[in-house]
Write a protein that binds this ligand. Structure first.
Ligand code: ADE
Ligand code: ZN
Length: 337
């Protein structure tokens, strides 16, 4: 176990599915609430952690949007990002492609600029402090309408040289990817990469729509793809990256037990799965814990761990030269350990 944890910690790896608002630890939530004079419906950190018992995605989202209300200034967003990067530096994370939900902030009067400039400052500081490279992905909230997503894309215009892509998150069932066909097309035309949460709680049809209607470059989660053999064959043939989140799946009851998590099965089917934390402050583990807990639960081999590390860089939006450097670092580590 210790050997496994140490091997995983040293293995160069990227995180491709991380909602930065989901890295808000209760301690920082209280500190920001005090700093910003925001009232919280909890008295103690312990009370907050006790409230983190979810039976589905919506249960979690309700409390996650509530927590985000303490984020008001650029400094708050920068502190949030730095706390996350400091934590994953200890897990041997080398590159992160982080999501943020601008509408969660603009809808309560926090300007787009405040969130994006704070996060970009945190990303820059983290590269200096920890050597972790990162890219920013703006997510459209799918429970809102497509006009609201278009307004977000418009607000983002001045920052499009510093935003790598757009994603689709929040309540999945009842909000299929096709609802956002036009705004994804407009996003693509602006040179942005495209990703979408699909097949977390929603059916395989949502994954088909993300591929065929949105034209995504990656699928976030994708678990329910396994219910459709033709879809599995398509994803494998195209080398489509799936950003899988084992501890999130456990906490949101997508799986009943980590031992039956489909990660190993996905690799066996030739799917380009990666391991990620989703919302680590809410789901009980950062990147390293997702790797060690799932490796232990489903019995990943050393070769499978190396494949997951390679998948994380190959599926990233890094340029070819940077990808090659990170992949060479994986190879060098494997040769030496
Ligand atoms: N927003 C934050 N985490 C999410 C998840 N796992 N699924 C959908 N939307 C989210
Ligand atoms: Zn997610």
């Amino acid at each position: 176990m210790t050997d496994l944890s140490a091997f995983i910690r040293g293995l160069p790896k990227a995180e491709l599915h991380l909602h930065i608002e989901g890295s808000l630890e209760p301690e920082l939530m209280f500190e920001l609430a005090r700093r910003n004079r925001v009232a919280l419906p909890f008295k103690t950190v312990e009370e907050v952690r006790t409230a983190y018992a979810f039976s589905n995605l919506q249960d979690f989202l309700d409390i996650y949007y509530q927590g985000a209300q303490v984020l008001l200034t650029e400094e708050d967003f920068q502190d949030l990002a730095m706390a996350y990067f400091r934590r994953v530096a200890a897990d041997g994370c080398r590159h992160v492609e982080l999501f943020f939900d601008p509408q969660t902030h603009t809808d309560r009067g926090v300007p787009f600029q405040v969130a994006v400039d704070g996060l970009l400052a945190g990303m820059k500081a983290a590269e200096g402090a920890f050597g972790i490279t990162s890219k920013l992905i703006l997510c459209y909230l799918r429970h809102l309408d497509e006009d609201a997503a278009f307004a977000t894309l418009k607000a983002a215009e001045p920052w499009l040289d510093r935003i790598t892509g757009v994603g689709l998150d929040s309540s999945e069932v009842g909000h299929p990817p096709s609802k956002f066909a036009r705004v994804f097309k407009a996003s693509r035309e602006r040179g942005l990469k495209l990703v979408a949460h699909a097949g977390e709680e929603g059916p395989p049809e949502y994954v088909w729509e993300a591929l065929d209607i949105l034209g995504v470059d990656r699928i976030d989660h994708g678990n329910r793809s396994l219910e459709d053999a033709r879809l599995v064959e398509r994803l494998a043939r195209e080398g489509m990256t799936l950003t899988v989140c084992p501890l999130s799946n456990l906490k949101l009851c997508v799986v009943d037990d980590l031992k039956v998590h489909p990660l190993k099965r996905m690799l066996g089917l030739g799917l380009h799965a990666t391991v990620n934390s989703d919302d680590p402050a809410y789901f009980g583990g950062y990147l390293g814990e997702n790797w060690t807990a799932s490796a232990t639960a489903v019995g990943l081999t050393r070769d499978e761990l190396v494949t997951l590390a390679r998948n994380s860089f190959e599926g990233s939006f890094l340029g070819e030269a940077e990808k090659a450097q990170y992949l060479a670092a994986v190879d060098a580590y494997v040769a030496a350990n």
